[in-house]
Design a protein around this ligand. Structure first.
Ligand code: ADP
Ligand code: MG
Length: 318
């Protein structure tokens, strides 16, 4: 394997566009515009925990950047800079080069400068830190949900979980296998939607652990509860893909890895939210509403209510 410095020079030194000093010195230099807050987040991908040893290195690079960029999208922030700390066994340089290409491709797609990192020997581990900007006080946090708010989610959540089930359990998805695997391996951070929701969403996060669990974070931080409408849950594409109602529900409510945005907003904002989603050619689903009563209730199609437990999804499946 090439040495650390050859790797840095050949694969990690990419052109920057809004950075004073990028890769090559002891540290990078960037300027946050006046009136803006710096927004920072890290996400680590560990072999065996977050990806399989035979993962495609290009897509792995993409995903490492994408999951970090997604965290800034979920704050309604603009992603601007990223660093990548890598631990690698004595692996082949082709693998590292392909990983770097995938990482850089995702950065370029979202206007992010790759400004530094660290490279060391060890079990495969990829840790990126993303830096972005948001006008002072305008970040959308998890603690702002208000009673009466609608609860929304973007995209087609659950597809990535079906893709993972195809890989790990051999679940047959027919023609949906490739699209589901794409959701799993090449998540699309919803940066534009996040920006469109500045000043509109009261609370927001990106779904990495499943809608129920992640909604639970908003509810807990905001001190409220939620009611979900069974008829409004976007189960159709999942059911079509796997043909199993229980699996489709589990993928939607407890499946992670889609990196869609889950947010709450006043009902009066519904028309704006739908028009922005249409402009971005993104499906959008209103799942229910925020309640003063704590916990999560499912308003079933038969009119009855059922209590859902964010921590134990099985409760819903039975
Ligand atoms: P130092 O020893 O001063 O910490 P390094 O030798 O670790 O410096 O890194 C040299 C330069 O290469 C630094 O600018 C660092 O940001 C950059 N660098 C190292 N690894 C990576 C990486 N994986 N991605 C991008 N830049 C990197
Ligand atoms: Mg270093």
């Amino acid at each position: 394997m090439a040495g650390e410095f050859e790797l840095i020079a050949r694969h990690f030194s990419t052109p920057t566009h809004h950075t004073d000093l990028g890769v090559g010195d002891d540290a990078a230099l960037m300027r946050v515009a006046p009136g803006m807050q710096l927004v920072v987040s890290s996400d680590m991908l560990v072999e065996g925990t977050h990806f399989l040893p035979d993962a495609n290195p290009y897509l792995l690079g993409w995903k490492t950047a994408a999951v970090n960029i997604s965290d800034l999208a979920a704050m309604a922030a603009t992603p601007r800079w990223i660093t990548l700390a890598l631990a690698l066994p004595a692996a082949d340089e082709a693998w590292v080069g392909t990983l770097a290409r995938g990482f850089h491709a995702c950065c370029m797609e979202y206007g992010v400068d790759w400004v530094g990192g660290d490279t060391t020997r060890g079990p495969r581990n990829l840790c990126a830190t993303i830096f972005g900007e948001v006008p002072q006080g305008e970040a959308v946090r998890r603690d702002g949900a208000q009673v009466g708010d609608d609860i929304w989610v973007s995209g087609e959540p659950g597809m990535a979980a079906l893709g993972l089930a195809a890989l790990l359990e051999g679940v047959g998805l027919g023609a949906f296998r490739d699209p589901c695997l794409l959701h799993l391996h090449k998540p699309i951070p919803r940066v534009e939607l996040g920006l469109a929701l500045r000043g509109v969403a009261h609370a927001m996060l990106d779904v990495s652990d499943g809608i129920l669990g992640d909604l639970g974070h908003i509810l807990e931080r905001s001190g409220v509860g939620a009611e979900l409408d069974e008829a409004a849950l976007p189960l159709a594409p999942l059911l079509q893909a796997c043909g199993d109602a229980a699996r489709a529900q589990r993928a939607l409510l407890a499946g992670g890895d889609d990196y869609e945005l889950l947010f709450t907003a006043a009902p009066g904002r519904a028309a704006y939210i739908r028009s922005e989603a249409a402009r971005l050619e993104l499906p959008i689903h209103r799942l229910g509403r925020i309640t003063a009563e704590h916990g999560v209730r499912l308003h079933q199609v038969d009119g009855a209510f059922r209590e859902l437990k964010p921590a134990s999804y099985d409760h819903f499946a039975t």
